[in-house]
Design a protein around this ligand. Structure first.
Ligand code: SF4
Length: 100
């Protein structure tokens, strides 16, 4: 089975052509093509915690510093971290930053 993206785990409907796109538009995690492949995801679907302005909970979130408390306790983060093991990528900006 392929790796699941945040919008599949959370069933948020905010991915491209998702059921809730008419509300806030497409979530940045769903449209950020530069993150494709990170943690095996489509766009930023498996590194959404590192993307500013995501739409979790139906409202525009802040940057990593502002949303990290909720992201680091989120099912998506926990699942991706578990699935990726030693290959887990935490931060997008520093290529291949893998915590020891
Ligand atoms: S970051 Fe949150 S709102 Fe955005 S696509 Fe992922 S689960 Fe949905």
């Amino acid at each position: 089975m392929g790796r699941t993206n945040c919008w599949e785990i959370k069933k948020c409907g905010r991915e491209p052509s998702g059921s809730k796109v008419q509300d806030l538009g497409v979530c940045p995690a769903g449209s950020d093509t530069s993150s494709t492949g990170l943690n095996g995801g489509k766009n930023a679907g498996r590194i959404c915690w590192a993307v500013a302005g995501t739409f979790c909970g139906g409202k525009v979130q802040g940057d990593f510093a502002q949303k990290s408390a909720s992201c680091l306790s989120c099912d998506v983060f926990k699942q991706v971290k578990k699935e990726e093991g030693s290959e887990f990528i935490m931060i997008k900006s520093i290529p291949a930053f893998r915590p020891a």
